[in-house]
Design a protein around this ligand. Sequence first.
Ligand code: AMP
Length: 557
Amino acid sequence: MTQELGGFAALGLNSNIVAAVVDTGYEEPSPIQSQAIPVILAGHDMIGQAQTGTGKTAAFALPILHRIDPAKRELQALILAPTRELALQVATAFETYSKRIPGVTVVAVYGGAPMGPQLKAIRQGAQIIVATPGRLVDHLSRNANLLGTIQHLVLDEADEMLKLGFMDDLEVIFQAIPATRQTVLFSATLPSSIRGIAEKHLRDPQHIKIAAKTQTVARIDQAHMMVHADQKIAAVLRLLEVEEFDALIAFVRTKQATLDLAAALEAKGYKAAALNGDIAQNQRERVIESLKDGRLDIVVATDVAARGLDVPRITHVFNVDMPYDPESYVHRIGRTGRAGREGRALLLVTPRERRMLQVIERVTGQKVAEVRLPNGQQVLDARIKKLTASLAPLVADAESTHGELLDRLTADIGCSPRALAAALLRKATNGQSLSLADLEREQPLVPTSGPRERSSERPAGSERGEYRERRAPVPLAEGRARCRTALGLRDGVAAGNLLGAILNEGGLAREAIGRIQVRESFSLVELPEDGLDRLLGKLKDTRVAGKALKLRRYRED
Ligand code: AMP
């Protein structure tokens, strides 16, 4: 075990949990983990101000796993999450971290799936339940004692839960859990509604906030790209083709990710190496020396391993995985722009991490503009530009040195000089794709939203960010479902009528209702996914403009 791994053990977590964390590849606790874990282990109530990407899930999952009793086959910890996606993600995290603790079972409870199997899993002795509030209240309405044995309650992304209109459901859930419980609340923001909940339901909570210092990073040109989590390597490969870099450092979160990305880069012919906490100190030094003197061009590192790394050649920093906090972002991108040079910092952002990006922008006081990932045409143009640059200097005297040979070969083969030049190019480019169709096959990349962009559609000189805005369809916010009614403009319906009817009859908070689009012969309304069936039931007999509303779930595909 390396020195850094001691970090988790030093927080007081038991060895099975530490071992599972080590398996996952985390090198050291993130700042929120260092602060929150001891507080939760000590049994205090807590308010943690942290957003996605800070490592907040492990910050509560690890100490809760430590505190539950795997021998007791009953519910002990409840995690509430605003959306089904987050609930599943949190449940998966619990499963990962509990891999080495025999007997621990986690059940995820959310809307849109049958209730029976969820209840069965609870009855079979799960200790941890991760739930969305709407569905949990449905369960409670059938079984009021369901949560009678809960000792630890976590509200994850509490502000999002309130935005989705779950205030009333939360109250029902609080009442259903013994008052002696430990309550932990995580929220990115602390509006008065959240502070109200904390005052009413938390006992003497400790506040934890990751202090972020503003630092200036003016000389560094920063941009971000949206990307699906499983397409990061493809995205990096494309970026490398169009960015003109000297040396580059790519930051990822785990040791495994350093190895995976470095291997992918090497396979494409880049001089790349991994740098992580498992690599012995003298070997790390060799990697850094190689980066300095040009034997290596790319180092893929974790934050820990890159500490103190100072290589003036670095022109680019790629944040392939999001940093935990704005400070570490500033720290990372400070690896470039050394010695008064200009640097460029690119950040890959998955849809869930948008919020972290906003925090980084707020804290650094700088906008990190969105640019699209290079499309096939741009990659192709870059390849051809490089080929041109490599061949152009050779042309000047090639005829005098190889002209006669060319004549002889064309005669012997019986082909035109053009055919021979084409064959030589094929050989020189060594199977590289140099047509758009081949390239799309070689580097498939699914856009994060909207239809696949066709390069020819992009207006010349347009702002990339703007272009994306214009083309992307209206995305559905996480946790929301689109519903349709056959009532539209022709029925004399306006958005206000729909909103009023749903607020009054559905008993929802205004924030729970998303976009309302009224068209000629129908309308679309965005409503919370969780508890949707219940809501549609309530609205069954609702009439708008004298006609039956008949709101139904709407599926685009
Ligand atoms: P979260 O903020 O909980 O959504 O976590 C964001 C990501 O960070 C997840 O992919 C975690 O697996 C990862 N992560 C959490 N803690 C650590 C850590 N100490 N070291 C490396 N990665 C981590």
